[in-house]
Design a protein around this ligand. Structure first.
Ligand SMILES: Nc1nc2c(c(=O)[nH]1)N[C@H]1C(S)=C(S)[C@@H](COP(=O)(O)O)O[C@H]1N2
Ligand SMILES: [Mo]
Length: 347
């Protein structure tokens, strides 16, 4: 994010908008779907609808099944669909699967938006374990099986607002982070929670790169009340399917009222602390990236105004600029956590 780049997607990379279902648009989009039926990706969505799949959106099977499915794919047959109303749903058009999985920030795999999808072929999300440490009654190394077993998966459609001033609307699959935290029984000293991403030089070319600017591992953190907020999601999938590596497989954080960089990917360590943790972007450039990183149209980044955003995908005919909202539009759910805090200083 320290590097200025034209971030526009080439028109040739834009897929016709036929691979998702959105209840409000489904009827209206009927004719478009028929038109798009020639596109392989459209067919599984229609099939799912006919099979009584109540999810709002499914990934096209042709795109998501390139690698063998991990064992936890079986959990994806039983997902609670997103409701029809906010905050776990937005009436906005979903960003197509293709863009969600090919326009990524995941510096471990390289700094270009296309690097994570191109360079993550050797990544293995299975076996996976997560170290739980610090101020908890039940620290230890937990296998992914153990972490996922008690969790019921649900679909949540959230806006994702990157500090680079682009945004998407993504149908995530996951479970509330709070449900996971409770299992480890945090002590009264647990005031913050810290997360770390996998570091593997062999499979992550961004880590080997001489141009890497990050001091690995990528780290993020939340205040405990933010971590326990019902909006905070531990995501294990998107578009009704397991996460591809470029989106943070097998498990990544989603904090929809904060800039995207808080939503750390491929988590291998969760540490409960009494003091505020170090976080990657804040360490790199504290005057540009705050610890809170709450989306705020009144507090600008030196290189990106934050009062507008570009909703992806853009096309030649539709630039899709829109106003950015305080807390990314989730103020009703989160503003009370910041009462009395000067948001311009604590950005
Ligand atoms: N480990 C790790 N997590 C990360 C990043 C990263 O470079 N490394 N980039 C962040 C940024 S800047 C954004 S905008 C989101 C992008 O998530 P997506 O690619 O799934 O849309 O991931 C965040 N999580
Ligand atoms: Mo970002």
């Amino acid at each position: 994010m320290l590097i200025k780049k034209p971030a526009d997607i080439k028109p040739s990379e834009i897929t016709p908008e036929v691979v998702y279902r959105n209840r409000r648009e489904f009827m209206a989009a009927g004719s478009r779907l028929m038109l798009g039926a020639a596109v392989a990706g459209a067919l599984p969505s229609i099939a799912n609808a006919q099979n009584g799949d109540r999810l709002k959106a499914r990934a096209p099977a042709t795109m998501s099944r390139s690698a063998p499915a991990p064992w936890w794919a079986e959990k994806f047959s039983d997902i609670k669909p997103a409701p029809d109303s906010a905050p776990f749903y937005t009436g906005e058009t979903l960003t197509p699967y293709r863009d969600v999985t090919r326009y990524n920030n995941f510096y471990e795999f390289g700094m270009d938006k296309s690097d994570p999808s191109s360079n993550s072929g050797k990544f293995k999300a299975d076996p996976w374990s997560v170290e739980i440490s610090g101020e908890v009654a039940k620290p230890g190394t937990y296998h992914l099986e153990d972490i996922l077993k008690p969790q019921a998966l649900e679909e949540r459609i959230y806006r994702l607002r990157c500090v680079e001033a682009w945004s998407m609307v993504i149908p995530w699959i996951g479970f509330p982070l709070a449900n996971l935290i409770k299992r480890f029984e945090p002590t009264s000293k647990a005031k913050y929670i810290e997360f770390e991403t996998l570091v593997d030089r062999d499979i992550m070319p961004g880590i080997r790169s001489r141009f890497a600017i990050v001091d690995w591992p990528y780290r993020e953190g939340l205040r405990m009340d933010e971590a326990m907020n019902p909006l905070t999601l531990m995501a294990v999938g998107l578009y009704g399917n397991y996460l591809p590596p470029q989106n943070g497989a097998p498990m990544r954080l989603i904090v929809p009222w904060k800039y995207g960089f808080k939503s750390i990917k491929s988590i291998i360590r969760i540490n409960f602390r009494e003091t505020k943790p170090h976080t990657t972007w804040n360490d790199l450039q504290a005057n540009e990236y705050g610890f809170y990183a709450n989306v705020n149209p009144a507090v600008h980044h030196p290189r990106w105004r934050q009062d507008k955003e570009r909703r992806l995908p853009q096309t030649l005919f539709s630039r899709q600029y829109m106003d950015t909202r305080l807390f990314n539009g989730y103020g009703d759910q989160v503003a009370s956590m910041y009462e009395g805090l000067d948001l311009a200083r604590n950005f």
